[in-house]
Every structure is written in C-alpha cells, then in structure tokens.
Design a protein around this ligand. Structure first.
Ligand code: NAP
Length: 283
C-alpha cells in the first residue's frame, strides 16, 4: 500500500486528499493520502515526518504553508525549478536521494495555457504578492519570456525587492518593480498588460469580501485575470473581472495541475485532469 500525504498548517480545508484519492482510483494503484498538520516553528515535527519518509514508512509528501521553505534543510537535493523558486511543495526519492520539487510553477503555466490556448499578444503581466506562490508564478512566467511587474502592499515592499533581486541575479531580467498596490502606482503599467495574477490570499475564505486590486481602479480592458485563490471559486476579484468583460480564471485548475504533477513525480502515472477537477467541483 502506497502512502502519500501533506505537511502544513492548518490543513482542515485541504482538497489534496480528494485529488490524490481520485488519482489512486484512476491509476489502479493501491494507496492512501494523509494529512500531517505541523504548526509553524515545529522543527521536530518536520524532522519526524522526514524520518518516516527516509525509513520508507511514507512514500511521498506534499508541503504547503507554512513549511515550503522551512523544510529545505532536511532535503538532499532540489530540482532546478525548486532551486530557482527557493521553495518546494513535493518531496520524494530519486536514485536514493530525497528531492524537493516544486509543481506550483509548471502547474500554473499548464493551466494558463489550457485556459488561454490562443496565447497572449504582449506577454506583460502584473503579479500581486511576494510570497511563495508569487515566487512560483514569477519563475513560471519569466521562463516563458514574460515581462512581469510585481505589485505589493507597503508591508511587503522589502520582501518583494529581495524576490526581484534574487531572480535578477539568477539571470531573469524582465521583472519590474516592486510597485505599490494602489491606483497611482499601477497606472503606469496597466495599459499594456494582458495578464493580472493574484498571488496573495486576499479574497480567500473567510475574508471573501476583499479584493487585492484597488477598488477605485478599473481593470485593463483586455487583460486576463487569474486568481490563485480557489476557495471560493469566484472571488470578488474574479466577479468584478467577469462583470467588466475580462476573462476570469480561478486557481482550481492550478490546484489540480500541481496535484497531478506531484502524483506523476511519485508514481510515473499521469492522472486525468478532468477526473481530478470533477472530484473537487462536485463535492
Ligand atoms: P504567503 O507565502 O503567505 O504569501 C502571501 C503574500 O500575499 C505575501 O506577499 C503577503 O504579504 C501578501 N498579502 C497578504 N495579505 C495581503 C493584503 N491584504 N494585501 C496585499 N498583499 C497581501 O502565501 P502563498 O503560499 O504565496 O499563497 C498565496 C495564495 O495563493 C494563497 O491563497 C494560496 O492558497 C494560493 N495558492 C494557490 C495555489 C493553487 O494551486 N491554486 C498554489 C499555491 C498557493 P505579507 O508578507 O506582507 O503578509
């Protein structure tokens, strides 16, 4: 019996067990997917779970907030994308070494390409946020030759500056900002933008009435709006985008993609995205 699971905190609303159980069912492999809540700062909790992984008591782990970076010292190697992003969401063994992988970045890009198959004309994006998800999105877009402006709240300015300089020193030069998330600062950038990404938790349950985009500021007409938040499926940002005639995309597709890529990393089996999406849409 294969055993996978998720480390993070809190985990009570996680959709990952449903996604991976659906992947097990579809693949014909026998396995389970457990939740391992580890509070912030609980280093011995992380060490214990990595120990179980090394002993073969667990076969693969996903990692989510707040441990995507704090788990790094426990690993033998990082995949190139995990090293570029500086965070992991998937742990497993390759050739006897414990590897940290990041499937958020390819998951985001795969879903974006699926949802907008015709592509984009100018490939200019505004990404809101400077946390782990923003790093994955910036990594994915910069690898796809996008020009990116990072927009953050004042409290996040220093973290955003560090994010940009770390990407620039890794040779990714098309990243502008940071700029503040207000109408005045964004005005310079919006006219040529064809993608806006929310990589902050703003709008997520339970604070569903919030939007990270400045209230008084309209969305650029032809921009696609992609919200990484998937709970609720339609955030205030996405509702306003839809009402303004913009294409609005929920983060549920990225969630499905990153889970499917983790499952493939562990087992070699490529689950059907449609089957996984149906699983989380119908429950
Ligand atoms: P994180 O590491 O905690 O980063 C969140 C970022 O948002 C930080 O830069 C934070 O700034 C900023 N932020 C928080 N509140 C804000 C506000 N009111 N206004 C402006 N900025 C604000 O979290 P994360 O891992 O990047 O995740 C961000 C969101 O993406 C979450 O909702 C998560 O569920 C979602 N996500 C979705 C997927 C998917 O598959 N769809 C994958 C990964 C993440 P401070 O540092 O100042 O707090």
């Amino acid at each position: 019996m294969i055993s996978f699971g998720l480390i993070g905190f809190p985990l009570s609303h996680s959709l990952s067990p449903k996604l991976h159980e659906a992947a097990f069912k579809e693949s014909g492999l026998q396995g389970n997917y457990r939740l391992y809540p580890v509070p912030p700062g609980d280093v011995s909790g992380l060490a214990h779970l990595v120990g179980q992984l090394r002993k073969g008591e667990i076969d693969g782990l996903n990692v989510t907030i707040p441990h995507k970076q704090s788990i790094l010292p426990f690993l033998d190697d990082l995949s190139p994308s995990a090293a570029g992003i500086g965070a992991v969401n998937t742990l497993g063994f390759k050739d006897g070494r414990l590897i940290g992988e990041n499937t958020d970045a390819p998951g985001f890009l795969a879903d974006l390409r699926k949802m907008v198959p015709a592509g984009f004309s100018s490939k200019r994006a505004i990404v809101m946020g400077a946390g782990g998800a923003a790093r994955a999105v910036v990594y994915a877009l910069s690898g796809d030759e996008w020009s990116i402006t990072l927009a953050v709240r004042m409290a996040d300015f220093e973290q955003a500056t560090l994010l940009i300089s770390s990407f620039k020193s890794a040779g990714k030069s098309h990243i502008l900002g940071p700029v503040l998330l207000n109408a005045e600062a964004l005005a310079t950038y919006v006219s040529t933008v064809d993608l806006i990404v929310n990589a902050t938790p703003v709008g997520m349950h339970p604070e569903t009435e919030m939007s990270p985009w400045p209230d008084e500021f309209g969305l650029p007409q032809s921009a696609v709006v992609y919200d990484l938040v998937y709970n609720p499926r339609e955030t205030v940002l996405l509702r306003k985008a839809r009402e303004a005639g913009n294409r609005a995309i929920s983060g549920i597709g990225m969630l499905v993609e990153q889970a499917a890529l983790s499952f493939e990393f562990w087992t070699g089996y490529e689950p059907s995205r449609e089957v996984l999406l149906r699983e989380v849409e119908t429950r």
